[in-house]
Design a protein around this ligand. Sequence first.
Ligand SMILES: NC(=O)c1ccc[n+]([C@@H]2O[C@H](COP(=O)([O-])OP(=O)(O)OC[C@H]3O[C@@H](n4cnc5c(N)ncnc54)[C@H](OP(=O)(O)O)[C@@H]3O)[C@@H](O)[C@H]2O)c1
Length: 315
Amino acid sequence: MSKKNWIFGRNVVITGCSTGIGKELTVQLVTKFGCNVLGVARNKEKLEALKKELGDKFDYRRFDISDEQAWNDFSEEVKSIGYNVDVLINNAGMIQDFSQYGDMDIATVKKIVNTNFNSVIFGVAAFLPMIKKSKFGYIVNISSASAILPVCGETIYSATKGAVKAFSESLAQDLSGYGIGVSCVMPGPVKTDLYKTRDGADDKAKKNYELVESIGITAEKAAKRIIKAMRKRKTRVLIDSVAKLMDFGMRVAPSLTQKLTCKAMKAACNLVPAFAPIFKEQIEHKEEIGKELKERKSAMYRSLKEVPEKGAFTE
Ligand SMILES: NC(=O)c1ccc[n+]([C@@H]2O[C@H](COP(=O)([O-])OP(=O)(O)OC[C@H]3O[C@@H](n4cnc5c(N)ncnc54)[C@H](OP(=O)(O)O)[C@@H]3O)[C@@H](O)[C@H]2O)c1
């Protein structure tokens, strides 16, 4: 057990501890750093299994993190039991199925915004007063590499992760005067249930996961990197080489990087069926869309010569 850094023995609250990166963070914080961890998720069986594995340094509460009142009730309860929180890790999140934004129903859009972004601002609001009292106050928000390079078919996921990034970077400046550190973690692909659960256990989901399996890192490795960044109190944390490559592309040639990424995804449609809904219409109606594009271009060209004298609202 490593006692050489400030993380040792801290009291932690973490969301999304039942699987994936959150579970690995919980296991490592308890077993390697002697932390107490109070985890949040919904799946009772998984949480119970984790409690059995980790013993009395771990406990959990079950609630939906997109519910603001649940956060307030939770922080009140935490206060009342005398659990003085040093570290808050906003990890839980969900992904969207790859699709055109216009094809998404607004209920799904709201669910993703509430789960991925609103939960983070609710969580920080609920626990900040307690974290300010700690000598070791720290906040970790898990964003995504898609906050740096937003990809096609992931409009809402990318937007929520971009919001988490902006919130975290601004919060880090707000809190620097209090000695409270904030890490914004932007992982590339990590081999977790994130992709599997969205699409169910069908063939499409399997193919989707195969891609992550081939280029992603393990949740164990991701958790190690996150703890290392916490130890160094780093604000901007890119994990791992895929995220670093995305960051490099967006620094050097942002438009080209976005264009090439979208083209590569379109070309990979057959290999990764999950990408297909993004480009389905473009592929199936290639000729008509091509014709429409040509007409639009020439209409635009014509309009440059024929600027209407009357405005749309001229009487
Ligand atoms: N895996 C990747 O490639 C990747 C890449 C970039 C960023 N990330 C981010 O990393 C974070 C962790 O993802 P992961 O890959 O570890 O995914 P995961 O294995 O699917 O885990 C998600 C966790 O969040 C919990 N959760 C989801 N919605 C919740 C809700 N409404 N209320 C309470 N708990 C909820 C789930 O628990 P229950 O189901 O028990 O509630 C689960 O413990 C996410 O924010 C994700 O966006 C992941």
